[in-house]
Design a binder for this molecule. Sequence first.
Ligand code: UD2
Ligand code: MN
Length: 578
Amino acid sequence: MSGCMPLQRLHLCMICALCFVVCQFVFLLVLLQRETFTGRLLLFDGGDHGKGKDERRLFGWREFISHTPEQSAAFYQYNLQLSDRVGAVRWLPRTRHESCDSQRTYSLPHASRAKVSVVISFHNEARSMLLRTIISLISRTPEDYLHELILIDDASQDVSLLDDLKKLMAKVYATRGRLTLICLRNVRRQGLIWSRNRGAEAATGHFLLFLDSHCEVNEAWLEPLLDRLALNATLAVSPLLDPIDPTTLRYSKGNELLKGGFDWSLHFHWLKRELSAKEAPEQPYPSPAFAGGVLMISRDWFLKLRGFNSRLKIWGGESIELAIKLWLCGGQIEIVPCSRIGHIFRPRHAFDFPPQFDHESSAALATYLHNSKIIAESWLDEYKNMFYVLKPAARQIPLLPTDQEEDHPTRQLKLELQCHRFDWYLRHVSPELKAHFNELAAMGTLKNGHRCLHARRTDTDMDTDSEVKLPVILDSCYLNDITHWRLLRQSGQLSTATERCLGVEENSQPPRLTLNACSRHKTRKKAQRWLRRGTQLVHNETHLCLDNPLKNQLVLSPCRSLAASQSFQFALEIEKQT
Ligand code: UD2
Ligand code: MN
């Protein structure tokens, strides 16, 4: 027993010595890390050694941003003065979960097989903002992986920006020999979709990252994305977007309990992410759509998918289209919460849209509607009727002959990649969208003869003698805000988009129609239940039919089969799907 003691002590000593060496090593690594970081900041040394250290460091930057064109405060839709003051790179709070550093190891492909091309298209971005986007990238991306930066100036008013930037970046090349800078400029405004495609074509890296021009990447943003992409060539990933406040430029933590999705109008929506029992919130998770337009994908795969749909104009919808295309044609999408990128969410568009054919609605809305129509026509199959019922104005939008129905390029792609039909997306990718569809028995405008059932706004509900008037009338179907109804399959409720339901007032004699908040209460819900019999709407409790016996007067009366006054047609009747 006693003979073992010196041996144990020797072991203890050796362990202590080893710990000491490891600590020294870690300490040295941390120091080295700092060195490199300072080294990177010195990239901005303008060479004026007479100035103080900080001044020198920012010299190039200050001169560069001093040429920002004078503009009104509203022009950029964020706090320009503050952006100019903040500097080229700043400390950002760590928003990713700590296990992203402590527990996860990322298996990165060798840099020679994982060169990253970053594509940034911009239109009228402030110089300080654009530069911060670029410098945050350079500072926080491992040098071996950041292959090239492709900037597409989409006909910005600041015509000398690119040339000045090239001069400034020449100083960066001194230490970043491997990084290529490609600057392209559109003579005419082409929009971000066209421009991002142009950038992707010019790219030579293995992976593409599409980035807005007012972003800041956070520490170690790339590793978690590459780790996932290296496992699966058909995967595309989104980092988790951290919001940056447009007024205070405060960087805060984005929500990892949300997935990307869209509704039947093809508008982007966040969906609740349900965590399975063993799933940690910071784990990568599949998503029906990207978390917006900041995404990373293999270049080959992107080009095989023919990039963003080139018939989409200017702004909007391209990431939804790519998401549908990816899922249906053999790809997948994940959001990776350990990768964080900050983005300024601006309250409204900071740019004009070129006028569209429809001069009545805003050009921004008309452009978005045009793009949504292309998506519906390209991918939604028979479900495109859902889109048209919700967006009837889209029917009037003229498309080029090649845009009609399943236009030629998309048809070819579908054949080539043997893409699934949209029904597959509903069943396997977005049960939320399917559930929304399954809830409905019928939807859209509700027509009787040439008139449509219209729910008036509540402020017109009162008559002068303060008698409550039924706020539902029959009116022209061409009213701009004509009511779109939903007949819910389960509850039989007939609801407006603002969740007001047509029902019958309790104990009223003769039974009187009302329009109240859709109820979840069992008895009150019964008074709002309608049955569809042919084209009739039969009130479940009273067994009376919705009727328009006199001109534009809505009442309940005994059902008479074939009575035209009791025939109400929805824009879309949905067959029960099994
Ligand atoms: C969201 C996406 C964006 C894109 C867009 C829909 C995020 C963080 N952003 O936009 O990536 O998917 O939805 O298309 O999810 N730009 C041009 N030319 C133009 C208009 C804009 O190059 O004609 C640039 C603009 O300078 C910016 C980028 O495109 O860098 C995106 O535009 P945005 O920031 O106004 O759009 P945002 O964030 O609302
Ligand atoms: Mn943006």
